[in-house]
Design a protein around this ligand. Structure first.
Ligand code: ARG
Length: 276
């Protein structure tokens, strides 16, 4: 082959390759994820990385990128759809405002869909269930809200646990509610004896207890409703349907189960907790 012909065939191969790569994935995703200039669109995900194993930093100082169950789901969905992913960590209470003001395209933060939140954001279907528990110093033996009369109880600001605890406090009376931005602050204050208990989901309480043997937790007697996690989007976002399709596929192809095993069995086991 002459040098000129060789160059032409090289150029041809290169352009064929480029279009082959561009054509990868489902057609729909390729167009949706295309920012218009041929570059992949990057989606910003809001989260509150104080919630192992859903999302957390592997170092105590919070360096690097958050990891966890939600993060793996987000990576899978965005990569299936051909989007880039940027994670924006914030206080849990700031997530819905971030979606409303367009600072985030979606949010995954172990967030439970509620009627009140649905006035401001849209949700995917629920991808994992959880129940509220009372976390306290070992030996406290709190099993119901009634047991918390006369106590100071910590909750995360803006969480459904905050709402529930406030309602119960009104009903029962004589329960002081303390709200904090981060779950880790609740744990610290409990260990320091500044609060007597905290309301935290079982899925998250387990990991913290495994790391803090001086704490215990108990699912709340009287069967408080189970609450699950869903992906949140700005109202009327077109992403909701795209994401939902991949989330359903993950349920059908075993991908979601594999991540549940990874984070809610293997991760707990590594933390030294039981997997019950
Ligand atoms: N599921 C609860 C809620 O939606 C708590 C979620 C807290 N999430 C977090 N990343 N700290 O209110």
């Amino acid at each position: 082959m002459k040098r000129r012909d060789w160059l032409i065939s090289l150029a041809l191969t290169a352009s064929l390759l480029t279009s082959a790569i561009a054509g990868c994935g489902s057609d729909e995703a390729a167009t949706d994820a295309d920012a218009g200039d041929g570059e992949t669109k990057t989606l910003v995900m809001a989260t509150s990385a104080d919630y192992p194993p859903y999302e957390f930093f592997e170092t105590e100082r919070g360096e690097g990128e958050p990891v966890g169950f939600d993060i793996d789901i987000a990576k899978y969905i965005t990569s299936e759809l051909g989007y880039g992913l940027e994670i924006s960590d914030m206080d849990f209470n700031g997530i819905i405002p971030a979606l409303q003001s367009g600072r985030a395209d979606f949010a995954m933060a172990g967030m439970t869909p509620t009627a009140e939140r649905e006035e401001n954001v849209d949700f995917s279907s629920i991808y994992y269930d959880a129940k509220n528990t009372i976390v306290a110093a070992s030996g406290s033996g709190f099993e119901s809200y009634e047991d918390l009369a006369g106590k100071t109880v910590g909750v995360q600001l803006g969480s459904i646990q905050e709402n529930e605890a406030k309602e119960k406090a009104e009903e029962i009376g004589d329960i002081t509610i303390e709200s904090r931005n981060k779950i880790s602050e609740l744990i610290q204050e409990m260990k320091a004896g500044r609060i007597d208990a905290a309301i935290i989901e079982d899925t998250v309480a387990k990991g913290y207890i495994a790391n803090n043997p001086d704490l215990e937790f108990s699912t709340i007697a009287g069967g408080e409703e189970a609450s699950g996690s869903a992906i949140a989007f700005p109202k009327d976002s077109e992403l909701r349907e795209e994401f939902e399709a991949v989330l359903q596929a993950m349920q059908d192809n075993g991908e979601l189960d594999a991540l549940i095993t990874k984070w809610f069995e293997e991760y707990y086991a590594e933390q030294g907790g039981d997997t019950e």
